[in-house]
Design a protein around this ligand. Structure first.
Ligand code: GLU
Length: 498
């Protein structure tokens, strides 16, 4: 059991789309706060908008959370003392609380249809007036008028009676004091004609009933907070503390959207971003460890340093290059074993397998071979996206030989002659059926260069192109060792004939 005084926070997504970076950042700050304070992190699904909520989105959000490693203490698949954690399964709870508002004369029936509202909005705006969302018409219906509508069976929603005097204010954890004139607050719907609560009502009921102590969410909800505070007041409930985090902008300082590039967590996963790097980057969107502290941090380090006091009140802009940099730093910090685990699915995806040829070279299994291949890369392994290109040539004979690569440093004709010579030197000087170390290849290349009266570099460049298809690669002698003498000779001859 957690300490009764420890914070209870929640992430409350509406399942109407993918988990996008804004939502993931909100989830993360709540999760970090819970984890750094020994608190509880609740995942609640706000699916009261039945038309827009989908199962697909629900699954995508859960999957995104799991991928990022944000485990929840209470919520879907987990349960908890305050469930159910899907709002569509809590209708009786909202109805019970609605009754309290009705009994206290804080709620009234609204018989206006959407068409009525639209017509009145048009009328008012045509006359140059402002339409704030509702004009309070049904608030002033007489008992007879209400009885008439009821007798006619007109569908109705419930609206909250907002006060006309005074102000509603709160001290926001991020934005400081915020204050709104009550007379400007609209009597919004709390329970719709279909019997479902609106977000505004359900969020208050659930945050209260679930014992939420801090509501940390995007600043697009600032305008909802005064209305929600009025519900707390009418219910005589103590509200939680609120903290509204500034929105995430694109590199051009406009609200982050599809046109800037990837925005859903899944897209970043497909772009080869590691969950730890994504978490690291999201944490820096509106928070910083302060001072000259290194920004590349493990999740554990972030949890240790995280503080709500350091959450920034000005908007953060999403920097795709910085994310890529943080990602490469995270890859560099991985152990050989972790790198192997990352590379395995990439190898499998491209259909590359261990073949008999490599077994000759003392390789007992794919993992062993792959581990040695990755070892040749060292810190050049900095992106999952470039990895197939960096190591594919170890696994297949169908790698692409870049035509331009031939022309760099060495003329193609000369290069072909060099490769023929070198291939025959390897055939003569080595047992092709036995694993040969890098040092043996190096010696052979250097001796052959001497015999030919040229610098070793003149042999190395065409060899690299022939073996890897590229002008840059891991050390060529290590490459030869792992490609193996037989395949090295075959590739050299192939390239010479191309
Ligand atoms: N369901 C709301 C949303 O997805 C959550 C709002 C809140 O955190 O209060 O925007």
């Amino acid at each position: 059991m957690s300490n009764p005084n420890s914070p209870r926070v929640r992430f409350a997504p509406s399942p109407t789309g993918f988990l996008h970076v804004g939502g993931a950042r909100t989830a993360l700050f709540n999760w970090l706060y819970a984890r750094s304070q020994g608190g509880t992190f609740v995942l609640r699904i706000e699916d009261t908008d039945q038309e827009r909520s989908t199962e697909e989105s629900y699954s995508a959000i859960l999957r995104g959370m799991e991928w990022l490693g944000m485990d929840w203490d209470e919520g879907p698949h987990k349960g908890g003392d305050f469930g159910p954690y899907k709002q569509s399964e809590r209708l009786d709870i909202y109805n019970k609380h609605l009754q309290t508002l009705i009994d206290g004369d804080f709620a009234y029936k609204c018989f206006c249809s959407n068409d009525d509202l639209e017509a009145r909005q048009e009328e008012i705006t045509e006359d140059g007036g402002q339409w704030a969302g509702y004009d309070g018409q049904c608030r002033h219906l007489s008992d007879e008028e209400i009885a008439e509508q009821e007798a006619a069976g007109t569908p109705f929603a419930w609206r909250l009676k907002t006060p006309d005097e005074d102000t509603t204010f709160w001290y926001d954890i991020v934005l400081d004091k915020l204050e709104f004139q009550n007379e400007l607050l609209v009597d919004r719907v709390i329970v719709k004609a279909d019997g479902f609560p609106t977000y505004q009502f359900a969020v208050v009921v659930d945050d209260h009933d679930m014992g939420i102590t801090h509501v940390l969410r995007g600043d697009d909800h600032v305008s909802n907070t005064p209305f929600q505070l009025l519900i707390y007041k009418a219910m005589e409930w103590k509200p939680p503390k609120f903290g509204h985090m500034p929105m995430i902008l694109g590199p051009d300082k406009k609200r982050l959207s599809k046109r800037h590039g990837a925005t859903s967590v899944e897209e970043f996963e497909n772009k080869g971003i590691l969950p730890a790097a994504m978490t690291n980057y999201l944490a820096l969107l509106g928070w910083s460890p302060g001072g000259n502290a290194d920004e590349v941090m493990s999740v554990d380090q972030i949890v240790k340093k995280f503080s709500l006091k350091k959450v920034n009140s000005s908007p953060a802009s999403f920097d795709y290059d910085k994310l890529a940099h943080i990602n490469s730093e995270h890859i560099k910090n991985l152990s050989a074993k972790e790198r192997l685990e990352l590379a395995k699915p990439i190898i499998a995806k491209d259909g590359w397998e261990l073949n008999d040829e490599w077994l000759i070279h003392g390789v007992s299994d794919t993992n062993n071979y792959l581990a040695r291949v990755l070892g040749t890369l060292g810190n050049r392994f900095s992106s999952l996206l470039t990895l197939p290109n960096q190591i594919g040539f170890f696994f297949t004979e169908e790698h692409f030989v870049d035509a331009d690569a031939w022309n760099e440093n060495v003329a193609p004709e000369e290069a072909r002659a060099i490769l023929v010579k070198l291939a025959s030197a390897i055939e003569k000087g080595m047992d092709l059926d036995v694993a040969q170390p890098a040092s043996a290849f190096e010696e052979l290349v250097r001796t052959t260069a001497e015999e030919m009266g040229v610098k070793a570099g003149e042999l190395i460049h065409p060899s690299r192109v022939a073996l890897t298809g590229q002008t840059r690669s891991a050390g060529i002698f290590e490459v030869m060792e792992l490609v193996g003498a037989r395949r090295t000779v075959a590739r050299m001859k192939n390239a010479a004939n191309s």
